[in-house]
Design a protein around this ligand. Structure first.
Ligand SMILES: [Zn+2]
Length: 271
């Protein structure tokens, strides 16, 4: 753990409703990273280029592949094209470099870590949950929780099927102590603050809209802002730079990619 806590938020998929999330974040003075595909083969629309550029004025923009394809379902050439083209097209749209990447569906395999690194990204976010730290692998940045009403049984099942169980245990114990999912999110926020840890919330704006969670989200962001002072708030990229760039014992990305077991990751860690 560092000497002070960190609050970071990420928003996936580039749906036009992300602009409503951005307005909420601005209202509460919070920083965040939006991971944008250029289109979404799953069906939902994505923002227009001008909207992406406007968003980039206030928040970090990361890539989410070219058309929101799960890398583990593609052959290597197609996966690489999704990673490389997604970065290039987003940079062309924004007129600025893009350093962060997020695996669609949290679905990737070992070889994709090197693919993302070789494309020129500096870090990548996964959907691993229940963490109150930034992890130690720049191309597998974990999260704390998705803003979504998952039942506790889903969280427990997820812990058993995924790695890093020890690092996730404090988060799991805290999550299991609350029956209500919103209370669970709040308790994890407090746990991260108390332990000078990282609270990383992620969400889809379309989920917030479909489940009518706008008021709940606003209320929670107000709580997060009250709990985490301005100097504790960071984009995913700022967190990654602070956690990984100066760590003397951090393995280089190549070693990280090559030494990891090829365990496939599954869509939306909590599901
Ligand atoms: Zn996604």
């Amino acid at each position: 753990m560092s000497t002070r806590p960190c609050l970071t938020i990420s928003v996936d998929d580039g749906h036009p409703l992300d602009l409503r999330v951005a307005a909420l974040l601005e209202r509460h003075g919070l920083r965040a990273t939006f991971y944008l595909p250029m289109s979404n083969d799953e069906g939902p629309p994505v923002m227009q280029p001008a909207q992406m550029r406007a968003l980039a004025q206030q928040f970090e923009i990361g890539s989410h592949t070219r058309s929101h394809r799960f890398l583990a379902t593609l052959d290597d050439a197609a996966a690489r094209a999704q990673v490389v083209d997604g970065k290039r097209m987003l940079e062309d749209c924004l007129g600025q470099p893009v350093h962060g990447f997020c695996y669609p569906g949290g679905h990737y395999r070992r070889r994709h870590l090197a693919m993302v690194r070789d494309a020129g990204f500096r870090y990548a976010r996964t959907t691993q949950n229940l963490r109150i730290d930034a992890g130690s692998r720049p191309f597998e940045m974990p999260t704390t929780l998705q803003f979504y009403p998952h039942p506790r049984s889903v969280l427990a099942r997820n812990l058993l099927s995924r790695g890093d169980r020890l690092a996730r245990l404090p988060g799991l114990v805290t999550a299991m102590s609350a029956g209500d999912w919103l209370e669970r999110v709040h308790r994890l926020l407090l746990l991260a603050a108390e332990r000078n840890g990282v609270f990383h919330l992620w969400l889809h704006s379309l989920d917030i809209d479909r489940l009518d969670l706008w008021h709940a989200l606003s209320r929670f962001l107000a709580r997060a802002a009250a709990c985490m002072p301005p100097q504790a708030r960071a984009t995913n990229g700022e967190l990654a730079a602070g956690m990984f760039s100066r760590a003397p014992d951090a393995p280089p990305p190549a070693a990280t990619a090559d030494s990891r077991p090829g365990r496939p990751q599954t869509r939306d860690a909590a599901r």
